[in-house]
Design a protein around this ligand. Structure first.
Ligand code: FE
Length: 338
């Protein structure tokens, strides 16, 4: 009786130890990611990570708005360890809503330049997106171009195309201009752009680039990866890239990036994945998959991107895109930029 009781006890202790052991092992071998990036852009990265480390990565993809709402609603019960999204404006929103926790990592600080990560380490840029000037090669000579600000001057009257101000990319660009020039000057620039428009604002960068190619307008502003994708489909389009503000502060850059969620069940494993995403191997995959530039300056961009030539990035911290986003939205409204 006594013996069987002891052995029963021993068995149940062993069973609970095993349960603890198994569950902690399972936790250590899995990271759950909420991603606003498409499956086709993230799955190859996660597959490579699993192959290298044995750690499983589960992910849910949706638009950034619903994912952030979900993180808020789930709070401490969230299964998510990491949030991935595009645009520093969105990452700033997630951080300011308390959805992320700081990650103090020498690896991340070494791999990601200071202007591409949150000053409080709540998120890290993982790929760089350059938003620059494009022009119709039959109508404009590169020597006529210089800066975003110059596109507000009278010589571009009736020649400019822009994407809608509702898109976060333009809100971020405008926020960075507010940081550089202050609101009154930036508002003058926005008004100048609006006065120069050849046609209504476009719903997306690709349609705007096609309008430049069709001669509907001569110049515009877009992210380079849209140009890269379009030129693969229509290589004869008379549209070329111009690196803006090279004799000023540099091209406006933004990031796609990630942070560890505030209530991550597995913050250590999430940090390891984040560090790996900043490594050479992952950075090479990023640039191959979406024609974005590596955030890690030690990694070379895809040859297709290198063909567009080198450019100087604006080194203002991209966090400002978030901090000044609301001001930018109001300013564009005042300027009549739809
Ligand atoms: Fe985009």
């Amino acid at each position: 009786m006594k013996l069987s009781k002891i052995s029963l006890l021993a068995t149940s202790v062993a069973a609970s130890l095993a349960a603890v052991g198994i569950s902690s092992l399972a936790l250590a071998e899995e990271v759950v990611v909420y991603s606003a990036r498409n499956e086709q852009l993230i799955k190859p990265l996660f597959d490579a990570y699993t192959k290298q480390t044995g750690v499983q990565v589960k992910f849910v993809t949706d638009k950034e708005g619903p994912l952030m709402e979900r993180l808020k609603a789930e709070a401490a019960n969230t299964p998510a360890d990491m949030l991935i999204t595009v645009d520093a404006g969105n990452l700033w929103q997630a951080a300011s809503q308390g959805l992320l926790q700081p990650v103090n990592s020498a690896t991340l600080n070494a791999n990601i330049p200071a202007h591409l990560r949150d000053p409080k380490n709540l998120w890290f840029g993982l790929s760089v997106r350059a938003r620059t000037i494009f022009f119709n090669t039959q109508k404009v000579k590169p020597a006529e171009l210089s800066t975003y600000e110059d596109l507000a001057s009278a010589k571009w009257k009736g020649r400019l195309c822009l994407r809608t101000s509702k898109k976060v990319y333009n809100q971020s660009l405008m926020a960075m201009m507010i940081e550089e020039h202050g609101e009154p000057k930036t508002e003058q620039i926005a008004k100048g752009w609006v006065a120069n428009l050849a046609t209504d604002v476009f719903a997306d960068d690709t349609k705007m680039l096609e309008a430049i190619g069709a001669g509907q307008c001569d110049v515009g502003i877009a992210n380079t990866y849209y140009y890269g994708r379009l030129m693969e489909k229509k290589p004869s389009l008379p549209v070329a890239i111009f690196w803006a503000n090279q004799h000023a502060k540099g091209v406006h850059v933004n990031v796609s990036g990630a942070g560890v969620t505030r209530y991550a069940k597995n913050p250590a494993a999430a940090q390891k994945l984040l560090e790996w995403l900043s490594s050479e191997k992952a950075q090479n995959l990023f640039t191959d998959l979406d024609m974005e530039y590596p955030a890690n300056p030690a990694v070379k961009a895809d040859p297709k991107l290198l063909a567009w030539g080198p450019f100087k990035q604006n080194l203002i911290n991209v966090n400002k895109a978030g901090e000044l986003q609301a001001n930018a939205v109001k300013l564009m409204d005042r300027a009549g930029y739809k």
